[in-house]
Ligand binder design. Structure first.
Ligand SMILES: C[S@@+](CC[C@H](N)C(=O)[O-])C[C@H]1O[C@@H](n2cnc3c(N)ncnc32)[C@H](O)[C@@H]1O
Length: 487
């Protein structure tokens, strides 16, 4: 580089341009070091040279200027009519709140029709002539704007943020990946008649989201954001979220009101499912020949765990003629499959009244409700430990799907699936018919089955068989085991 500094007489525009170029360089280097964009993309965009340097182009290099026009061409400059440069920043009218205005605040008062009476024209506008008349074209209105009182409308701000995000290379990369996934998985879902499925699961680690499609005629998308690690700045996480949200409506061909965002925080041990704000809107979706109610706004989960689609199918296939026990039943979706699969009776147990009521509605929706299918609100551990004086009848099929941790006011001590699974299975096995089957699953990624502590039970790991293709990227989303009595 022959010159290190710009000429001190360089115009203000030129200096401003050089400053902007320096900021652009810094933004790109920052995005690169945060992993928001890769070297390869920058190369593709022409912002990086093959040698890995920022391209020496205008907008990135302080020494490469625009081509400015000059008077030397002999063309007279446009008249400015004595207008001075702006003395204060221009207010963004689209971001200011609209104030109600009545005609009485306008002076002179507006007329119904345009004032077409000929007016003496400004000589500057008509080549210096002082006797020209013409209609006025508009009216100058003066208002006092209080910039401090201006409150940007959040919806407008959000739209502006999403529009900016859509223009970033990250949004395009994410959209490409999602498009590919959608094509592949939609073909599979059509073939298999699956109408609710996962189409993206943090495939690009920097976009740590899980995206599920629900429904048939009226489709919805449920977007869950994995909580960013503390090392990721809040703004960077927000920028990525904006990029994802800006890409979704086009790729999924869905209006924004059918795209639902949930942020999934790492649950503290014992934290229970939180209820989010919403209006209690339930949607009907289909799974094979069964129908379920899902809710996208009010709870952390929708009411239907998609990773257990094959587990439910398997339970349905084992159901004929069995008495079924569903422990930690949530919205009773497994009960629906089992009742539909020909079980003679069922008991659905959960601690939450809300989820049990939801389960009852699910059963009724499928025309399966009846006296043979009972619902019990109880802490499963207490319910299992209860003195069985009244001799509960054993069950031929039991689904045991406890949370990783559980605690509540109703429980005497907390539950930890790794620590307590042996005791839990011993309790459950007491309720199993001699030729019965327990399907035991949980979502603790590092779960280790302590089979040696349960010598009376035969345990078969069926995790791989129960992970559906749309969850193949996350094979540890659940563990699943078939448990039978030995001998
Ligand atoms: C992981 S979900 C179970 C998912 C369900 N098996 C399914 O396939 O949809 C956890 C459920 O366990 C319930 N739960 C948590 N601790 C409990 C306890 N100690 N006793 C009974 N239910 C409990 C919650 O209310 C929630 O519905």
């Amino acid at each position: 580089m022959s010159r290190l500094y710009l000429n001190e007489k360089a115009s203000r525009a030129r200096l401003k341009e050089a400053t902007a170029a320096r900021e652009d360089r810094r933004d790109i280097v920052k995005a690169l070091s945060w992993g928001q964009v890769s070297r390869r993309e920058l190369l593709k965009l022409g912002l990086f040279t093959g040698a890995g340097l920022l391209a020496p182009i205008r907008g990135l290099n302080p020494f490469v200027s625009s081509a400015y026009g000059s008077d030397d061409l002999g063309i007279p400059s446009s008249p400015l009519f004595g207008v001075q440069p702006f003395t204060q920043p221009m207010l963004r009218f689209d971001l200011l709140p609209r104030a109600p205005m009545s005609p009485t605040t306008l002076n002179p008062a507006p007329t119904k029709e345009a004032n077409t009476a000929p007016q003496l024209l400004d000589p500057d506008l008509v080549g210096g002539a002082r006797d020209q008349y013409g209609p006025i074209e508009g009216r100058l209105l003066r208002f006092t704007l209080d910039a401090d009182a201006a409150v940007p409308d959040p919806a407008t701000l959000r739209q502006a943020r999403l529009a900016a995000a859509r223009a970033r290379p990250g949004a395009a990369m994410f959209a490409n990946r999602l498009q590919k996934n959608l094509k592949r998985l939609s073909a599979w879902a059509r073939r298999e008649d699956v109408s609710c499925f996962r189409i993206y699961d943090a495939d690009m680690p920097e976009y740590a989201f899980a995206i599920d499609l629900y429904g048939n005629a009226e489709r919805h998308a449920c977007v869950q954001e994995y909580a960013a690690p503390a090392t990721i700045a809040v703004e960077a996480a927000r920028a990525r979220r904006d990029e994802v949200l800006s890409a979704l409506p086009d790729v999924l061909a869905l209006p924004t009101e059918r795209i639902h965002l949930k942020t999934r925080r790492r649950q503290r041990a014992g934290a229970q499912y939180e209820r989010a704000e919403g209006e209690g809107v339930f949607h009907e979706v289909r799974e094979g020949r069964h129908r379920f109610l899902v809710n996208f706004e009010d709870y952390l989960d929708t009411g239907l765990f998609l990773d257990h689609r094959l587990t439910r199918q398997r339970l349905g296939a084992l159901a004929a003629g069995r008495r079924f026990l569903n422990l930690f039943a949530y919205t009773g979706t497994a009960t629906v499959h089992v009742a539909g699969g020909g079980a003679v009776a069922s008991t659905t147990v959960d601690m939450s009244r809300t989820y049990l009521d939801w389960g009852k509605r699910n059963l009724a929706l499928n025309g399966l409700a009846g006296a043979a299918h009972g619902f019990v609100q109880a802490d499963c551990l207490e319910w299992l430990r209860e003195d069985l004086q009244e001799q509960r009848r054993p069950y031929g099929l039991i689904f045991l799907d406890p949370p990783t941790h559980s605690r509540s006011k109703r429980m005497s001590r907390d539950f930890d699936v790794q620590r307590d699974h042996v005791e839990l299975l011993q309790l459950v096995a007491r309720l199993l018919e001699p030729d019965g089957t327990i399907v035991f699953s949980n979502n603790f990624q590092r779960f280790r089955f302590d089979a040696a502590a349960l010598p009376e039970l035969e345990i078969r790991d069926i995790t791989r068989e129960t992970i559906p293709p749309d969850f193949a990227r996350n094979p540890r989303i659940h563990h699943c085991f078939l448990v039978n009595r030995r001998g």
